[in-house]
Design a protein. Structure first.
Length: 332
């Protein structure tokens, strides 16, 4: 691993073995997250973003899921070679995760304060009184008013935004080196979403952590990320820094995602429809031959339909999985 790289996945591959067949949810994913960096992982629902994060955390349930091959290097150690007991010491302490739906992630029969305390006591050698004090400090840090009182609230007594803040407080309570945010703001209204994102940026500066931000919201990525990995059918199809991706997208899928965003600076004419990507994500049990995006791609050629393109570095730090780009003059 390079010196400043905190997390690196190499050929990470995760399958789900079901009665209907094998779902190749994550297929040969290579990612790098440097110390203090925010990497945005984007793509449509079902493209493998969440399974990638669960694979990194070793939380893929077996059966039916299994990490088939690959490496997950974190601070110089391969997490896939660690025992379950060793992974428990990593989760929550060195790598924390904010899950997509806080109501299903929080235990309804325990107070939110107890649940934050529990995470602190598992990973830190401190007394219950010290853990309670820190839990209240974390609730205050994430902007929950009257934290001493809210400490004794149950999840159902809080709004969605409050519960999400509790999840963030729990995730950050042990000052992790890496925070995985799995669509943490998707279910929140735009005002609360903006507050949560601003909070994450402030905390990133304060404790110097890296962030893996999983979302389908490209506006959030533009605001938060340093680098972007675009994912489709379990594969990385484009990977570069945020400015390159937004200014010079080279994969047709990335191009389609970016151009489906309505722009305030370019009002639509009356009757003009929003740009869309034609078709749907393919059936995971019956993936198309060749490039997995070719049934939806306006630039597809015979080669696209027959051979899957490799992930190639087309310029320093800019990786693309597309035959059209690799043919001079035929890039998007």
């Amino acid at each position: 691993m390079e010196k400043d790289v905190l997390l690196e996945t190499k050929d990470l591959t995760t399958y789900f073995y079901t009665d209907d067949g094998v779902v190749k949810a994550v297929e040969g994913v290579d990612l790098k997250i440097r110390v203090g960096e925010t990497l945005g992982l984007v793509g449509e629902s079902g493209c493998g973003k969440s399974v990638t994060s669960l694979s990194i955390m070793r939380l893929v349930p077996w059966p039916p899921g299994k990490i088939v091959k690959g490496e997950v290097w974190f601070k110089g150690e391969d997490l896939l070679k660690k025992t379950e007991e060793e992974m428990r010491r990593v989760r929550g302490s060195q790598i924390s995760m904010i899950f997509q739906e806080p109501m299903t992630s929080l235990n309804p029969v325990f107070t939110v304060g107890f649940q934050i305390m529990e995470a602190i006591l598992v990973h830190q050698d401190i007394t219950e009184e010290e853990a309670k004090k820190k839990a209240i400090e974390m609730l205050d840090l994430v902007g929950i008013p009257d934290p001493e009182k809210r400490f004794y609230n149950y999840p159902h007594q809080m709004s969605g935004g409050m519960r999400q803040r509790v999840m963030i407080a729990m995730a950050l309570s042990c000052n992790p080196d890496l925070l995985i945010s799995d669509e943490a703001t998707t279910a929140l209204d735009v005002t609360i979403q903006a507050q949560i994102l601003e909070l994450m940026k402030d905390l990133k500066k304060k404790i110097g952590m890296a962030i893996l931000m999983i979302t389908h919201n490209l506006a959030v990525i533009a605001e938060m990320a340093d680098s972007i990995a675009v994912m489709y059918t379990g594969r990385i199809v484009e990977y570069s820094d945020v400015k390159t991706i937004f200014k010079n997208p080279q994969h047709p899928y990335t191009y389609g995602l970016l151009h489906s965003i309505p722009l305030v600076t370019k009002p639509r004419k009356e009757g003009e429809r929003l740009a869309t990507i034609e078709g749907v994500v393919p059936n995971p049990y019956h993936m198309p031959k060749g490039c997995k995006f070719h049934p939806r791609c306006p630039y597809a050629t015979k080669k696209c339909r027959e051979e899957e393109p490799p992930l190639e570095e087309i310029s320093p730090g800019h990786w693309v999985r597309c035959w059209n780009y690799l043919k001079p003059g035929e890039g998007v």
